[in-house]
Design a protein. Structure first.
Length: 414
């Protein structure tokens, strides 16, 4: 992959050559773009030696091939990481200021994946203006890594240290580079996929878990769904900086992430109310919940007594179909992804559901696959697109399947 490493003027800049080295060793091409202040901490010669390329520092450098070098670099680069990223560069990016080689390049690179590794004093990091800038950048799809805590160069200690180069490299590898190198591809389409969601997907609705349909005060109709698939999807999306509205039926699972807003519901009708209320403010929805298709017609508010040896009859009435309803509400700008759990004629049935419910993608789970289904930690799915795409995963953990779903349905072609 072609990676641009931006370096700004913080003491942690002395660690940047190590990040460049790690990226080169992993087989990537790297070009460094530095600010004048960064050159107080790291020399161009060091960066040229480790990157194997010239270093870009000056917008109006007479040695540059042309003064629009930053435009050529933005076309060359596929990913940009700024480490360290000072409060200054963060402020410039958030305000649209381009007054040197790095800041102008960043402004022209916003449509591609950008990772920032902030480094500054704790009070600067916690300053409301800096936090507002970070929040804004995250909201437009820039990936801002959490700074580490510890002893700072100014003699104090707290949050604000640049994450170690090895950690930055590990994050990039996990979130972007491994996918690029694996080149996971849809069968019908050989274009490699990015693992960074398209910036338009700022808020995504995810439904998870089973629903419980009450019979009386102590009994319900439910199913074996654990919620693991939906929670894995929420986690993967949130880790990529997407705001997640997680609507979940009863589950023992816990999740704690600043980007995840959880709504707990019990029945299909409660899930319907929550999902239809949240969908208009989301750019995509992934409905992985195992919703009960039927509920008892009457719910007793006390515990029902045994009815004797002749048995008892429970009349069931149909629940609203949440996915189909969102399919009717969907606008041109929204993406809707459903799941299908099938046992026979899997592909055929899934294709029919895709069309009938007006979906963009359907994730087919086959109960015939060993290792796939309710309660287990692994899954194997086939993702069908309304564009005719068809991609079958191998047996993966639910976290890996979630990565694949996000990559295929919400990430742009790289
Ligand atoms: N779903 C939903 N609301 C329902 C039933 C299902 O939102 N009342 C969603 C599920 O979350 C899943 C998809 O619909 O994303 C498919 O569910 P599934 O049970 O496999 O299919 P159904 O459409 O219910 O059809 P059938 O049971 O006949 O296979």
């Amino acid at each position: 992959m072609k990676i641009l490493v931006g370096i700004t003027g913080g003491i942690a800049a002395y660690k940047s050559p190590l990040l460049v080295r790690l990226l080169r060793k992993a087989g990537h091409e790297v070009r460094c773009v530095v600010t004048q202040h960064a050159l107080q901490f790291v020399t161009p010669l060091t960066l040229e030696t480790v990157s194997g390329n010239k270093v870009y520092a000056d917008l109006f450098d007479s040695h540059n091939d042309h003064t629009t070098e930053h435009i050529a670099l933005k076309d060359w680069g596929e990913l940009m990481v700024v480490a360290p990223a000072t409060a200054n560069i963060i402020g410039k990016m958030a305000s649209g200021i381009g007054d040197d080689a790095l800041s102008t390049l960043l402004l022209s690179f916003m449509h591609k994946p950008i990772y920032l590794a902030p480094a500054m004093n704790t009070q600067m990091w916690e300053c409301p203006a800096v936090q507002r800038n970070i929040e804004y950048l995250r909201s437009i799809g820039v990936h801002v890594l959490e700074p580490a805590s510890g002893e700072l160069a100014c003699g104090t200690s707290g949050a604000g240290r640049m994450p170690e180069p090895e950690e930055i490299f590990a994050t990039l590898t996990r979130e972007v580079l491994s996918g690029a190198k694996m080149g996971v591809q849809a069968e019908s389409d050989n274009t490699p996929l990015s693992s960074i969601p398209n910036p338009q997907f700022q808020r995504v609705l995810v439904t998870a878990g089973p629903t419980y349909e009450r019979i009386d005060s102590v009994r319900f109709i439910g199913n074996y769904s654990s919620g693991k698939m939906g929670f894995a999807l929420a986690q993967v999306l949130a880790d990529k900086g997407v705001e997640v509205e997680l609507v979940t039926g009863p589950t023992a699972l816990e999740i704690d992430h600043p980007h995840i807003h959880r709504t707990d519901v019990e029945s299909a009708r409660e899930m319907f109310d929550a999902a239809t209320a949240l969908f208009p403010s989301c750019q995509a929805a992934i409905l992985s919940a195992a919703v009960a298709d039927y509920r008892p017609e009457h719910t007793a508010d006390h515990k029902l007594k045994k009815q004797g040896a002749e048995g008892m009859t429970l009349t069931l009435v149909q629940n609203p179909d949440i996915l189909a309803t969102l399919g009717t509400m969907k606008t041109e700008q929204q993406t809707l992804i459903g799941f299908a759990l099938e046992t026979d004629n899997e592909l055929d049935n899934a294709q029919k559901k895709l069309k009938k419910k007006n979906l963009d993608y359907i994730v087919l789970n086959s109960l015939r696959d060993a290792g796939a289904g309710f309660g287990v930690d692994t899954n194997r799915v086939t993702i069908l697109g309304r564009d005719g795409s068809n991609y079958a995963t191998p047996l993966l953990t639910k976290g890996q399947v979630a990565e694949e779903i996000v990559k295929h349905c919400l990430c742009p072609k790289a």
